[in-house]
Design a protein around this ligand. Structure first.
Ligand code: GTP
Ligand code: MG
Length: 358
């Protein structure tokens, strides 16, 4: 992946320092120059320069693997959510090395789910956690430390009965508040080092939609393409990080009202049309797994598994309690989805008739 820093690509600190003076810091920076230019910048011989460029090219090339390798390590590539019914549908939990998107109307529980997953990540392995820290990129100032602690103490009361454990958990959730597209992208580009330093086991981006939707009015000509490019770059970087560190990436998305065809046109906020996941088709292709959260009848809410390479379309009912996300029933009830594709159906938003009062 091009944004990897040269110092993490086996290049000597002295050469890295020298190249930095010429604004060459990442593999991408290096490989966009000719060997001749790099030679001058690095102060190396032509032969040494070619060798360095070959090393860097190999470092960023995707490693070769086999299905057998992936099969052997299958259980290491899933993250148990603490929601057994969901884990079962997903054949062992949320996938590592891939992007999982949670989309749905405002207030339906996307941030609650992210906070709950953060707590689970920090838990010891014998309690089903990863014993790792969390990188939480908050673009909506929606993260609440009080709520995080409340979820932890109510979900795992025995483990978090001591203040020390609560303090440890909260100290392992690293929050970055990024309010513009540029800030989000810069953060993602520099995340590799932070992931190593913090031993993170989960990246959350809550939400991917809010900043791009604020900055790109897609009813204006050209903006849809620009937004698509920004989202494409973000998805590529997130996928690289997920794959490189074999960790799950969870992003939240919003809904939009699509008029005249699903997913391809500009986002609008009108009253008519069909309510679908925001950000269009190109983005939808970039995520590996998609959950749609929606309001159901009465107090019910539903999580639809709307896209997964390993699971059928499925419906799980949930509520939000003191302990965060709770599936209905003991292990939760899973129903196979009866429609053709949940992504093509209208997402049920909150109305006066099914007003939810948790
Ligand atoms: P947006 O970010 O606005 O799109 O919404 P969201 O989907 O992220 O919603 P969020 O996760 O913030 O969930 C908000 C909902 O969680 C509220 O409407 C409440 O229903 C529920 N909620 C939040 N805190 C509590 C709590 O302490 N107890 C209970 N029972 N429910 C809570
Ligand atoms: Mg939210």
């Amino acid at each position: 992946m091009g944004s990897r820093l040269l110092k993490r690509a086996g290049i000597s600190p002295k050469t890295c320092e020298q190249l930095k003076r010429h604004n060459i810091e990442s593999c991408k920076d290096l490989l966009k120059h000719t060997a001749f230019e790099v030679m001058h910048a690095a102060g190396l011989s032509y032969q040494k320069t070619l060798e360095m460029m070959e090393t860097v090219s190999k470092v960023i090339a995707p490693p070769l693997t086999t299905a057998l390798e992936l099969w052997k390590h299958y259980s290491d590539s899933r993250f148990l959510t603490s929601l057994p019914a969901l884990d079962k549908v997903l054949r062992g939990g949320i996938p590592c090395g891939a992007i999982t998107e949670v989309t749905g109307p405002f207030g339906c529980g996307k941030t609650q789910l992210c906070m709950m997953l953060s707590v689970v990540t920090t838990l010891p392995k014998e309690l089903g956690g990863l014993d790792r820290s969390v990188i939480y990129i908050d673009t909506e100032s929606a993260f609440s430390a009080e709520r995080l602690v409340e979820i932890a103490q109510n979900r795992f009361p025995d483990y978090f009965s001591s203040r020390e454990k609560v303090v440890q958990m909260a100290g392992r959730v690293h929050i970055f508040r990024e309010m513009t597209c540029q800030d989000v992208f810069r953060r993602l580009e520099k995340l590799e080092e932070i992931l190593i330093a913090t031993k993170a086991g989960l990246i959350i981006l809550d939400s991917v939609a809010s900043v791009v939707r604020k900055e790109f009015d897609t009813t204006l000509p050209g903006n849809l393409l620009l937004r698509s490019n920004v989202l494409g770059e973000e998805a590529t970087t997130l996928k690289y990080l997920a794959h490189q560190f074999n960790i799950p990436v969870v992003v939240t998305n919003q809904i939009t009202t699509q008029i005249g065809g699903q997913g391809s046109g500009p986002d609008t906020e009108g009253d008519s049309g069909i309510v679908t996941a925001a950000l269009g088709n190109t983005w939808a292709h970039s995520v590996n797994t998609r959950f749609i959260l929606q309001y159901g009848d009465g107090h019910q809410r539903q999580l639809l598994v709307a896209k997964s390479p390993v699971a059928p379309f499925a419906v799980l009912n949930y509520t939000i309690q003191k302990e965060g996300f709770c599936m209905n029933g003991n292990d939760g009830e899973v129903t196979l989805y009866e429609g053709t594709d949940p992504s093509l159906q209208a997402i049920r938003v909150r109305t006066l008739i099914n007003l939810d009062t948790p």
